[in-house]
Design a protein around this ligand. Sequence first.
Ligand SMILES: CC(C)(COP(=O)(O)OP(=O)(O)OC[C@H]1O[C@@H](n2cnc3c(N)ncnc32)[C@H](O)[C@@H]1OP(=O)(O)O)[C@@H](O)C(=O)NCCC(=O)NCCS
Length: 186
Amino acid sequence: MAVRKTRTSDLQSVLDVLRSYHFKLLDPVNGGVVDENFGDIISLRNHACELDLGNAFVAVHGDQVVGFAHYERQGETTVKQTLMSVLPEHHGRGYGVKLQKALMDEAYARGAKKLITATDNPKAKAWYQKKFGFIVIGTEPVRHRLHFLRSGDRIIWGIHYGFPGEKTLSIMSCDLEKFFDGRQKG
Ligand SMILES: CC(C)(COP(=O)(O)OP(=O)(O)OC[C@H]1O[C@@H](n2cnc3c(N)ncnc32)[C@H](O)[C@@H]1OP(=O)(O)O)[C@@H](O)C(=O)NCCC(=O)NCCS
């Protein structure tokens, strides 16, 4: 089991991992939707999130990419985790924890003091709380996010539409100094 920075050549496998977590690809050039079923979209956020593979990690099982985590900077000392997904058939094997640790290590090493994330998945919410000490700092109605990713001269668009039926997004925060300080003290 390994976690490493994402490479350009991982692109298709990363999209497969994201698809398994309700991420639908759009194809504006050919007139719309690559993946079907947008029935669960409630509303879109008013800005798109750029996926930068330089700010991302993959989990690898043999030579298969089975997990992906991405973050973006939000000011001097805050980072936002925008995507976190492990293929369902590999859940519960420690990949998520390893990915999350790699992301938090890098964000902290780059000067971040606070890590924010948002989830509409009750299981993930409990996981962030138990394993990493996240606290819920607010809730808001689910609004889905448009993402885009540059690949050479192509731009790939997708919508992350979350969990069917979930209407509340929990906004969560992790105090990285507290987390790493606690870890040093054992
Ligand atoms: C959330 C997610 C990333 C977790 O990844 P994972 O690889 O299944 O998690 P891991 O196997 O690394 O986690 C194992 C640990 O978490 C604990 N755990 C698992 N599910 C838990 C839960 N619902 N609540 C609390 N702890 C939980 C396990 O007991 C285990 O702890 P241990 O290390 O002390 O034994 C994964 O389930 C996922 O991709 N879900 C769908 C997408 C999603 O919701 N993403 C996050 C929101 S943006």
